[in-house]
Design a protein around this ligand. Structure first.
Ligand code: GAR
Length: 210
């Protein structure tokens, strides 16, 4: 089977969606390992309960981003993944790491990119009073939250939303989107060709599928 390595920093609800998809054979491959930069990430518990190798690589034990990413590359490569999946991995990656996995690393981001790159996306969306928010899956490039878009899911913003209720609505969609896109990749249907992803040979629109 094709293999993925999942990088997390926290709760790991997206990881859980991938574990569930693997168990029902809807993932199209297996999760070879989970790596966290934080030892207290709840996603590590989810991995261990699913009997998936879980590795903690604490960033504070390294004195530079380059050294940390060098160690991260070693752990990732030990598991020989076809695809590296960022699932709430809250670190900026070095160009060396990004280039090494060009075309085989994906991220999920809690906004309709290119809107709201970076952190606190739900609160920023509420502060702006926009009517529509969402999540995006994209290939990772050196531009932070700027890589080629594969799919987006939109949700409405309600007048009584808090950052928490909005995040929950967005995450429900994330949990459907991410296993679907990963399966496309593992089945060989999705590739990054130049700067545009292709699905079944067709270039995707600039903002990805909706
Ligand atoms: C997800 O909503 C994901 O989109 C976001 O973190 C959350 C992780 O939740 N990612 C980013 O903000 C990346 N910059 P999870 O740990 O429950 O999957």
């Amino acid at each position: 089977p094709r293999r993925i390595v999942v990088l997390i920093s926290g709760n790991g609800s997206n990881l859980q969606a991938l574990i569930d998809a693997q168990q029902t054979e809807e993932l199209g491959g297996e999760i070879a390992a989970v790596i966290s930069n934080r030892g207290d990430a709840y996603g590590l518990v989810r991995a261990r309960e699913a009997e998936i190798p879980a590795v903690v690589l604490p960033h504070h034990e390294y004195d530079s981003r380059e050294r940390y990413d060098g160690a991260l590359i070693k752990v990732i490569d030990r598991h020989a993944p076809d695809l590296i999946v960022l699932a709430g991995f809250m670190r900026i990656l070095t160009p060396a790491l990004v280039q090494r996995y060009h075309g085989r690393m994906m991220n999920i981001h809690p906004s309709l990119l290119p809107a709201y790159r970076g952190l606190h996306t739900h609160q920023r969306a509420l502060d702006d009073g926009i009517g529509e928010h969402g999540a995006s899956v994209h290939f990772v490039t050196e531009e932070l939250d700027g890589g080629p878009l594969v799919v987006q899911a939109a949700v409405p913003v309600m007048s009584d939303d808090t950052a928490e209720t909005l995040a929950e609505r967005v995450q429900t969609r994330e949990h459907l989107l991410y296993p679907m896109v990963i399966r496309w990749f593992l089945d060989g249907r999705l590739q990054l060709a130049g700067d545009r992803p292709r699905l079944d040979g067709q270039p995707l629109p600039e903002h990805g599928l909706r």
